[in-house]
Design a protein around this ligand. Structure first.
Ligand code: GCU
Length: 338
C-alpha cells in the first residue's frame, strides 16, 4: 500500500515538475540562435504585444526574432510575449516607455495619448487607398511620427488592413443601423469619438478581452480587420460583417529609447534590418491571412454586407472639424501626398 502510495506520489510529483518545466519553456516564444555570441553571452530583448500567435503580425515578429539571432550570431535575441501575456497593448507600451521591456507592438491608435497628432493617420477615410497609405507611412510623415514617440522609437509599420464593423445580432446595412449599438473600440480617444459620430456607444476594451465581451453581450459588436476577426475568434459569435472600410490604422513596432541608446551602431543595424525584413514579410502574410479569414468566416455562415460608404464618410465631417493645430496640419499634409 505504502509502496503503491509512494509510486503514485512520485508519479504525481514527476508530472507536476514536467508540467512546470513545459510551462516555463513555453511561456514565451524565444528564438535561440544556433550559435551563441563570441564570448558565449547573449542579450535577450523582451517584446510584448496583445495579438494571438496565429496572427500574421505575430508570425512576422517571430521571423524578425530569427533573423536578429542570425544576423548577430546569437548576440541579440528576442523573447516574444504574445496574447497580452505581460499586459494589453497600452500596458506593453507603458513598459517599453519605462524601459521595463525592450520592444512593444501596438496599433498607432493606442499611441495617440502620447503623440496626439498621430490621431491623423487613424481617422476615417483619410487615405484614398492602400497605395496612398503606404506612401504616407514610408515617406517623411511616417518617419517623423516614428521619431516623435516619447522615450521610444518606431522601428517598422505593419499592415493592419482596413477596419470594418461586425455585430452579434443586429446587421449593419446602413450607417443608421449603428445608432445606439454598443461597439467595442481600441483604447483610443479618436476611435471612441468616431464610434460616437457614427451614432454608436463606444466601449473601450483590450483586444484580449473582446471575445468574452462579445459572447456575454457586454457589447453588440466591434470593428477590426479580417485576420483579427478570425484569430480573435470573433467570427464565432459575430454573424454579420459590414464592409464599412472606415479606417486603415497601421501597427507599429517600437523599441524603448533606453534599449536603443544602449545598443552599439552595429546592433542597431541588425535590429533595424530584422525589423524591416519582418515588415516586408508581414505584408505578404497579411494578404494570405485576409483571404483565409474571409473563407473561414463564410464557412461559419457569417453574412458579409456591402454598403455605400458615402453616408459613413459624411457622418465624419464634424469629427474632422473638431481637430485643430498639429493634427489638422497633419491631416492636410496626408491629403496632399499624391
Ligand atoms: C488590430 C491591430 C492590433 C490591435 C487590434 C485591436 O488587430 O493590429 O494591434 O490590438 O486591432 O483592435 O485592439
Amino acid at each position: 500500500m505504502s509502496k503503491m502510495f509512494s509510486e503514485r506520489t512520485s508519479r504525481i510529483i514527476g508530472g507536476v515538475l514536467l508540467a512546470l518545466l513545459l510551462v516555463s519553456l513555453g511561456f514565451a516564444y524565444h528564438v535561440r540562435a544556433r550559435q551563441q555570441g563570441d564570448d558565449g553571452g547573449s542579450r535577450i530583448l523582451k517584446l510584448g504585444h496583445g495579438l494571438p500567435t496565429d496572427h500574421p503580425v505575430h508570425e512576422a515578429m517571430m521571423h524578425m526574432a530569427e533573423r536578429l539571432a542570425e544576423l548577430s550570431g546569437g548576440k541579440l535575441q528576442i523573447q516574444v510575449y504574445p496574447s497580452g501575456m505581460i499586459g494589453s497593448e497600452a500596458e506593453c507600451l507603458k513598459q517599453a516607455q519605462n524601459g521595463q521591456i525592450d520592444l512593444a507592438k501596438t496599433s498607432t491608435a493606442v499611441l495617440e495619448s502620447s503623440v496626439p497628432e498621430i490621431t491623423a493617420i487613424g481617422l476615417p477615410y483619410v487615405f484614398r487607398d492602400e497605395e496612398h497609405f503606404w506612401k504616407v507611412l514610408n515617406g517623411p510623415i511616417g518617419k517623423e511620427l516614428a521619431e516623435r514617440l516619447p522615450a521610444m522609437r518606431g522601428l517598422v509599420y505593419y499592415d493592419a488592413g482596413t477596419r470594418n464593423f461586425y455585430t452579434t445580432k443586429k446587421p449593419i446595412r446602413s450607417v443608421d443601423d449603428l445608432k445606439g449599438l454598443k461597439i467595442r473600440t481600441q483604447q483610443s480617444r479618436s476611435a471612441m469619438d468616431m464610434v460616437s459620430a457614427f451614432g454608436g456607444a463606444p466601449t473601450p476594451i483590450p483586444f484580449g478581452e473582446l471575445y468574452t465581451a462579445l459572447s456575454q453581450g457586454t457589447v453588440d459588436g466591434a470593428e477590426n480587420n479580417l485576420p483579427s476577426f478570425e484569430t480573435g475568434r470573433h467570427m464565432e459569435v459575430c454573424k454579420y460583417f459590414t464592409f464599412s472600410e472606415h479606417v486603415m490604422v497601421p501597427d507599429l513596432l517600437v523599441v524603448s529609447r533606453a534599449t536603443w541608446d544602449s545598443l552599439s551602431k552595429e546592433e542597431r543595424r541588425w535590429l533595424q534590418t530584422a525589423a524591416d525584413e519582418s515588415g516586408v514579410l508581414e505584408r505578404k502574410l497579411w494578404a494570405e491571412a485576409d483571404e483565409r479569414a474571409l473563407a473561414r468566416a463564410k464557412e461559419l455562415g457569417v453574412e458579409f454586407i456591402k454598403v455605400d460608404k458615402a453616408p459613413f464618410a459624411k457622418k465624419m465631417e464634424k469629427l474632422y472639424e473638431s481637430y485643430t493645430g498639429e493634427t489638422a496640419d497633419l491631416i492636410r499634409r496626408i491629403r496632399e501626398v499624391k
